[in-house]
Design a protein around this ligand. Sequence first.
Ligand SMILES: *Cc1c(COP(=O)(O)O)cnc(C)c1O
Length: 366
Amino acid sequence: MAFSLSSYPVTYRAKYTGPGSHNKGWTEEFLEKPHKTPAEEAALSADAAAALSDSRNFYTDMPLVGYTTQYGLSCFEGLKALPQKDGGLAIFRPDRNGARFNESMGGLCMPGFPADAFVKACVETVKRNAALGFTLPYKAEWEKDSFMTADSIYIRPFTYAEGGIGVNICRAPWVVIVTTPVSAYFSAGKSEAVVTERIRATPKGTGWIKAASNYVISALAKHEAADAGFMECVFLDATHRKYVEEGSSCNIFFYLKSGELVTPALMDTILPGITRSSIIELAKDRKVKVTERQIAIDEVFAEAKECFVSGTAAGATPIESLTYQGKKAVFNEGKVGELTAELRDTLKGIQYGTLPDTKGWMVQVV
Ligand SMILES: *Cc1c(COP(=O)(O)O)cnc(C)c1O
């Protein structure tokens, strides 16, 4: 998901100006970056499109040398606005992302950003772009492959620290929100995973925080896995080197022969995914026995009949095999399992509005 040419022009920015100031310490603004009409932009040469993209991505009034660029002190969120079957756009559970963003900031000793302001800012950013024509239409053809190739608007809120060069915490961050249209994250067809020897998160570390710095190891491990021909890598725990923790940037589920659906319990090395908790709820609704607990790689090899990873980008993506120390566990003979498909389709149906949103998960934007 590179910062694409078609990143939308209106962005949001808030600056922390201290506990004593108005509006809970934050000063907000919307920035309308350079743009033409969507049709005019689509007709640009590659060079002109790249120049326009750069002009939207540059913020010349923010410091280059600071705790984010020097020490990786930053956290972020990822959520989506989805075209609805009935028309318009709706965001999936933004209140949960807002709450997690606030907790991540607290975990990094930054002043928190209020969850209600987060939701308002996400909604307003998507709305203002849509008003300029930067939006996505619903396409009925997506229904044919369970929305595997469907488009959505990815919303990326993140923090950016003030200037400074000593090792320090960030006390006066910016919060920036950018949006960009995306299509399917994992390419269809190949979904083999490999256990990496790298360690993503350690006890007492930042694994539970959506911290930018956590992604250094994830990116390296994913790059190595891709070089070896795998779509995804899977991390084991740091202490025992035995329990499965997460994918590169997603949570993981195993459906066992006994009928139990297992996902690693939330500890300080596991990121509390909103897709993860939504899947747990959907599985419980279907009377599936769901357990949040440690699961050893040996148990996976002996007992798992289905496996999938979950996240905003991944949705619920089936994993057909997992390779560990040269041995390969193949799930459901390499085909998408029944429960995996049901959960994936239910989640997508709620998100794109082909199934009723009985849980109040969707926030309509336009
Ligand atoms: C964001 C993220 C997830 C998935 O969280 P969602 O809220 O479902 O998108 C899982 N693992 C890691 C490490 C993440 O950063």
